[in-house]
Design a protein around this ligand. Structure first.
Ligand SMILES: NC(=O)C1=CN([C@@H]2O[C@H](COP(=O)(O)OP(=O)(O)OC[C@H]3O[C@@H](n4cnc5c(N)ncnc54)[C@H](OP(=O)(O)O)[C@@H]3O)[C@@H](O)[C@H]2O)C=CC1
Ligand SMILES: N[C@@H](Cc1ccc(O)c(I)c1)C(=O)O
Length: 180
């Protein structure tokens, strides 16, 4: 019986990670902390253009994340078209209004009141790019059967964390929170 294997025959690349002195490790870990500690969740987004290559590069970085059985169960979609961004905003706002008014409940809404968040997402029009992240709960094999994506939720979540870290290269805020 023919077995389906997605991988091509490729040459083995030996793993040879760079090694650092203790002094360098400490400096690198402090520098990385300092970079990450500048991250903030904001809802005011600059319209200043960002090179598309930078967006592609941070997504490449997000794609280096570990995933169940190396299934890489994520899809990143970059949106820059103003009309598409606006349609996304309208859809998100409609859902979020229902979240705040019906689904979340009084306690949750009360817990969020100090952050002064609401369902209005004008920054979805303002940001030069939106990065939409999709979780692939399963894949499709060449024989059309389903391919199991183990731990797909946590794999995508880890990848989102790496994306956030990679976005710290920016001059100005790009966008977080991701909208649910
Ligand atoms: N749309 C959604 O469904 C969701 C949205 N969110 C949003 O994400 C937010 C949480 O994200 P998070 O990144 O943790 O929030 P913040 O941006 O508030 O915190 C990020 C970091 O910044 C530090 N920090 C924040 N304000 C200051 C300040 N004034 N001075 C010094 N340091 C500061 C925090 O320090 P320290 O750790 O010391 O406090 C933390 O390390 C929520 O408030 C919510 O708005 C989260 C989940 C879902
Ligand atoms: N998704 C909504 C509600 C929200 C907001 C902040 C937050 O920390 C949490 I948890 C939920 C929104 O983005 O407004």
């Amino acid at each position: 019986m023919k077995k389906y294997c997605e991988e091509e025959d490729v040459a083995h690349v030996p793993y040879s990670p760079e090694r650092y002195s203790e002094e360098t490790m400490l400096k690198k870990s402090k520098d990385f902390y300092s970079l990450m500690n500048q991250r903030r969740s904001v809802r005011f987004i600059s319209p200043e253009p960002v090179p598309r290559e930078v967006i592609d590069q941070v997504i490449h970085t997000a794609g280096t994340g570990p995933s169940g059985a190396h299934t890489e169960p994520w899809t990143f979609v970059v949106v820059s078209d103003p009309e598409v961004k606006h349609q996304i905003r309208l859809t998100v706002e409609e859902e979020e209004e229902m979240n705040y008014r019906q689904r979340m409940g009084d306690k949750w809404v009360q817990d969020l009141s100090k952050f002064r968040t609401n369902w209005m997402k004008e920054y979805l029009d303002v940001a030069p790019y939106l990065i939409l992240i999709f979780k692939q709960t399963y894949g499709i094999l060449p024989n059309s059967k389903k391919k199991t994506h183990y731990y797909n939720e946590i794999s995508v979540s880890i990848s989102c964390g790496i994306l956030l870290a990679a976005l710290q290269v920016k001059k100005k805020k790009i966008t977080w929170p991701f909208e649910k």
